[in-house]
Structure formats: structure tokens, C-alpha cells
Design a protein around this ligand. Structure first.
Ligand code: NAD
Ligand code: TYD
Length: 377
């Protein structure tokens, strides 16, 4: 029996990781530790909450004494750390919360694990601290490649050869950290602490840096679920700046599969980039989302295009993110399972079929936050 602590398991990606582990590994005991901030929602895990190999604990990762107690009480062998403040726009309004949770919270978890694992006769043998991070720590890439060819290729051909053509630049595991937003600065800092615990104390740690995720259970402040919900309600679609920024999108279940593979087969002290060679300019992606929602709602083609509303750009808005994940492909054989069009169709269907889920969380405090963000635009 292995005891695995997954932090942030009530959030978007964490809930997919918890579900995968609980279903796939009946012999593991999965402890989901989450503070249940605005982004944490136990409704994301209704289908597995009664399983005998699953325990939920409500706690704040910044509470060091509590982290020590939980790790010791459940005799934790492995940690998959996803708990974080994760939205760039919120980090611009409230950077302190990001430093507290993402930096101090990660440190508190690292130190609690260190004390427990060092107290065992076997020490760090068979233990792993796996930290989930983002490609945003690498900074931003240019929109055009050295030959002046504009990114991205918005085609369905998502092969790496296609995307690596023309000498275009991608984030590699060796790319120097250069974060710009308070969110990415806090994630970069936590990544450094995780590596420092390996280099200083010999703790087996791993870091992965993934591109933008999309799929079911994502909080509707992020681009794709926000826009699906607004189209459904006939509300404006706030496109930042000119809509030319590029993001590299990965279906969340493919990220969860990569986490499973890396947790079991990855080499401690290594870093792996995770991404699907799937870059989209925001405005092109938004048009795909509009087309899909309109089609599934039975609206005439182009019906919701009128909702596109260009608004003031995000402060310090990174132009382009693009991940080169060939190391993960070559060393561990991981590949994304879905073409983007398929993933978007699945995602839109899920949000349209689960309107109650979204209506429950887009009320109260969240509405106030939303008005504060967009009210004066
Ligand atoms: P999310 O905001 O949906 O979920 C975060 C979860 O962490 C929530 O359940 C929240 O309640 C919990 N949490 C927040 N503060 C906490 C605290 N102090 N103590 C305990 N729990 C706390 O985030 P997500 O999109 O699922 O991202 C998960 C992780 O993956 C984050 O570390 C994020 O940086 C990373 N990541 C996200 C993406 C993406 O596109 N969403 C891409 C790459 C990496
Ligand atoms: P987001 O989902 O917040 O992810 P991230 O900032 O971590 O990449 O945003 C994705 C892209 O969409 C980003 O370039 C900002 C842009 N965006 C909008 O244009 N309008 C919006 O309302 C939101 C939330 C994002």
C-alpha cells in the first residue's frame, strides 16, 4: 500500500489527478488535501468521494504544524503538489496571496515532508515530492519566428515536426526562468525551493512545467469556460488587447495521464515539460469556441460573434507560450491523446450538460470579483 498526498485536489487539474489515481490504483490510499478556496469545489469529485481508498482533508498548506500532522498521520510516501493560487488576473490585483500560498505554502509542505521522511529508518528511499508547475515561469516568446513567419499554425496537424519547422522558438527544460506576472514569479520561486530541497537535503523531487490546460471542472474565470458560459448567457466576451496572444493548449486528462506516468517513471531531480504542440492565437481559439457552442446550442453559424468585445489589455500580458515536450515523449513515451477539435467539442459539451455546476459557482463572491475586474471596462 502506498499513501499518496495530492494537494489542491478539489481544483481543476487536481480533481482529474485524484480521480485518475483513485480509479486506477485501488491499492493506494489517496489523501486529497485542499483549503477549498473559491477555486476548490468538492462537487468536482462526487463520483469518487465514497471510495475506500480516498480521504479528503480540509487544510491550508501554509499551516506548517498541520502539514506535519497530516503527513505523519497518513504515513505519506509520495506527494503530488498542485495546491496554488492559479489565476494571473487575480495575481495582478493581490500578489501577496500568491506569495503566501505558492511560495510559503510550498515551503511549508517541503519542510514537513523533510522532517517526516528523515525520521524514518529508510529515510528518503521510495519517497517522492512531485511539484506541478507551469510554462509561464519561462517568460514570454515572440509572436514571429526568426524568418518573420507568424505563430501559430492554427491547423489540425499537431505534430512536433510541423511545429518545430522554420526554427521557431519553444520553451525547453533548459530555458532560463524569466517570469513576468506575480503568478509566474510565485510559481518560479516555488520551483526553486523544490529543487533546493533536492540539492541541499537530497530529497527526491521532480518538477514538471505544463502549458495551458482546458477541459471539464475549470473555474469559469479562465478563458475557455468563461467564454462558453458567457456565450450561453449572451454576455460579452472580453478579449484582452487585440486577441493576438498565443497559448499552447492541452486537454486536462492528458496532463493528468502525464502526471501519473512521471510520478511512477520519472527520474528524481529531473524536470519535464508537458505540452501538446497546440498553439492558438486567442482570437482564433475564441472563434472555434463560438462556432462549437453555437452549433451545439442550435444557433445559426456566427450568431455569437457579436459578443466579442475588445477590452483593455492585461498588464504585462505575455505574448506567446509554446512548450517543447519532446523530452517527455522520448524518455517516457507520453503523447497527448486528443486532437484539439475533439477536446474542445468534449469540453463545450461538458459545460453545456453541467450548467448547474457552473451556475452554483458563478454566484455570490465570484460575481463581485467579476464586476471588480470588468465593471469599469
Ligand atoms: P485551481 O485554481 O483550479 O485549483 C487550485 C486548488 O488549490 C483549489 O482547489 C484550491 O482550493 C486549492 N488551494 C489554493 N490555496 C490553497 C492552500 N493555501 N492550501 C490548500 N489548498 C489550496 O488550479 P489548477 O488550474 O487546477 O492548477 C493546479 C496546479 O497546476 C497549480 O499549481 C498551477 O500553478 C498548475 N498549472 C496550471 C495550469 C492551468 O492551465 N490551469 C497549467 C500548468 C500548471
Ligand atoms: P487564462 O485562461 O487566464 O490563462 P493564462 O493567463 O494563464 O494563459 O488566459 C488565456 C489567454 O486568454 C491569455 O492570453 C489571456 C486571455 N484572456 C482574454 O483575452 N480574456 C479573458 O477574459 C481571459 C480570462 C483571458
Amino acid at each position: 500500500m502506498k499513501n499518496i498526498l495530492i494537494t489542491g485536489g478539489a481544483g481543476f487539474i487536481g480533481s482529474h489527478v485524484v480521480r485518475l489515481f483513485v480509479n486506477k490504483y485501488p491499492d493506494y490510499h489517496i489523501v486529497n488535501l485542499d483549503k477549498l478556496t473559491y477555486a476548490g469545489n468538492l462537487a468536482n469529485l462526487r463520483d469518487i468521494e465514497d471510495r475506500p481508498n480516498y480521504t479528503f482533508v480540509r487544510a491550508d498548506i501554509c499551516d506548517f504544524d498541520m502539514m506535519r500532522r497530516i503527513i505523519e498521520e497518513h504515513r505519506i510516501d509520495g506527494i503530488i503538489h498542485l495546491a496554488a493560487e492559479s489565476h494571473v488576473d487575480r495575481s495582478i490585483l493581490d500578489p501577496f496571496t500568491f506569495a503566501r500560498t505558492n511560495v510559503m505554502g510550498t515551503l511549508s509542505l517541503l519542510q514537513a515532508a523533510k522532517i517526516y521522511w528523515e525520521s524514518l529508518p529508510e529515510g528518503y528511499e521510495g519517497k517522492l515530492f512531485y511539484h506541478i508547475s507551469t510554462d509561464e515561469v519561462y517568460g514570454a516568446l515572440e509572436l514571429t519566428d526568426p524568418e518573420g513567419i507568424e505563430s501559430p499554425f492554427t491547423t489540425t496537424a499537431s505534430s512536433s515536426e510541423h511545429h518545430l519547422a522554420f526554427g521557431r522558438k519553444f520553451f525547453l527544460e533548459t530555458t532560463k526562468y524569466n517570469p513576468h506576472s506575480p503568478y509566474s514569479a510565485s510559481k518560479a520561486s516555488s520551483d526553486h525551493f523544490v529543487r533546493a530541497y533536492h540539492d541541499t537535503y537530497g530529497m527526491p523531487t521532480l518538477v514538471t512545467n505544463c502549458s495551458n490546460n482546458y477541459g471539464p471542472y475549470q473555474f469559469p474565470e479562465k478563458l475557455i469556460p468563461l467564454f462558453i458560459n458567457n456565450i450561453r448567457k449572451g454576455k460579452p466576451l472580453p478579449v484582452y488587447g487585440k486577441g493576438e496572444n498565443v497559448r499552447d493548449w492541452l486537454f486536462v486528462e492528458d496532463h493528468a495521464r502525464a502526471i501519473d506516468l512521471i510520478f511512477h517513471k520519472g527520474k528524481p531531480a529531473e524536470t519535464y515539460n508537458i505540452g501538446g504542440f497546440n498553439e492558438w492565437k486567442n482570437i482564433d481559439l475564441i472563434r472555434v469556441v463560438i462556432r462549437t457552442v453555437d452549433r451545439l446550442l442550435g444557433n445559426p453559424e456566427g450568431h455569437s460573434e457579436r459578443l466579442i468585445t475588445y477590452v483593455t489589455d492585461r498588464k504585462g500580458h505575455d505574448m506567446r507560450y509554446a512548450i517543447d515536450s519532446r523530452k517527455l515523449q522520448a524518455e517516457l513515451g507520453w503523447e497527448p491523446s486528443l486532437q484539439f477539435e475533439e477536446g474542445i467539442e468534449k469540453t463545450v459539451r461538458w459545460y453545456l450538460d453541467n450548467q448547474e455546476w457552473i451556475d452554483n459557482i458563478t454566484s455570490g463572491d465570484y460575481e463581485k470579483y467579476y464586476d471588480r475586474m470588468y465593471g469599469d471596462r
